[in-house]
Structure formats: structure tokens, C-alpha cells
Design a protein around this ligand. Structure first.
Ligand SMILES: [Zn+2]
Length: 120
């Protein structure tokens, strides 16, 4: 089980809606299995993918995972998602359209679903 601060969740929802129908992507900062903030990195957005440049990630934050949006109603990881989950971080969020708490899911770095709860 992971926790996410409500402010971070709000940011994910707002950013995903703003960038729709493209994919939103961000790194997640936090510690002790709690996602505290988004760490936005320079990214290349595409219609069905989002990639980033790991060497540009600020090193003064503790990065524990990633989040990205799916413009469809499906919030299952794609093969490309599973590949990138494996490479970076311990918790990965996917939020699908129409982007609210009911459409966000958390996965570990092997793509297994894990529980996520919201904290203040
Ligand atoms: Zn995806």
C-alpha cells in the first residue's frame, strides 16, 4: 500500500485534464511509501506515449516513481509502460480519462497492482 498526498493527487488530475488528449507524464517525489509531490521533468509528449530524459531529472529530490495519464478509459500498463516501470522507481501511477480518483491505479515496478490511499 502506498499513500499519496491529496495536493499531489489534485495536481495530477489538473495536469492530466489540461494536457488531454495528450499524455501527461511526471516523476513522483516522496519517501516512506508516501507520494508527496510531482517532480516535473522535461518531457516529450505524444498521442500514445510519453518519454522523458532521465539525465535531466533534478538530483536533489527523492524520486520514488512515475505517473502518466492515458487519454483512453483504460488504466492498465502497456508493454512500453511495463518496460519503463522496470527501469525507474518503485511505484507507478496510471490515471485514465476522465481523470479522477476512481480512474487512478498504482503499480509496482513489475506492473502488479498495489493499493493507493489519499492522505492530507
Ligand atoms: Zn501508459
Amino acid at each position: 500500500m502506498y499513500s499519496i498526498k491529496s495536493a499531489a493527487l489534485e495536481s495530477i488530475i489538473i495536469a492530466s485534464k489540461n494536457i488531454y488528449p495528450q499524455e501527461f507524464f511526471s516523476m513522483l517525489g516522496g519517501k516512506n511509501r508516501t507520494i508527496e509531490e510531482l517532480v516535473i521533468v522535461p518531457a516529450i509528449f505524444g498521442d500514445d506515449f510519453a518519454s522523458y530524459m532521465p539525465h535531466l531529472v533534478p538530483i536533489d529530490r527523492e524520486i520514488i516513481g512515475t505517473v502518466h495519464s492515458h487519454p483512453s478509459k483504460y488504466n492498465h500498463p502497456s508493454d512500453a509502460d511495463l518496460e519503463s516501470f522496470r527501469k525507474s522507481g518503485e511505484v507507478h501511477l496510471i490515471i485514465s480519462h476522465p481523470y479522477d480518483f476512481n480512474t487512478i491505479r498504482a503499480f509496482d515496478n513489475k506492473g502488479r497492482s498495489i493499493r493507493l490511499r489519499v492522505v492530507d
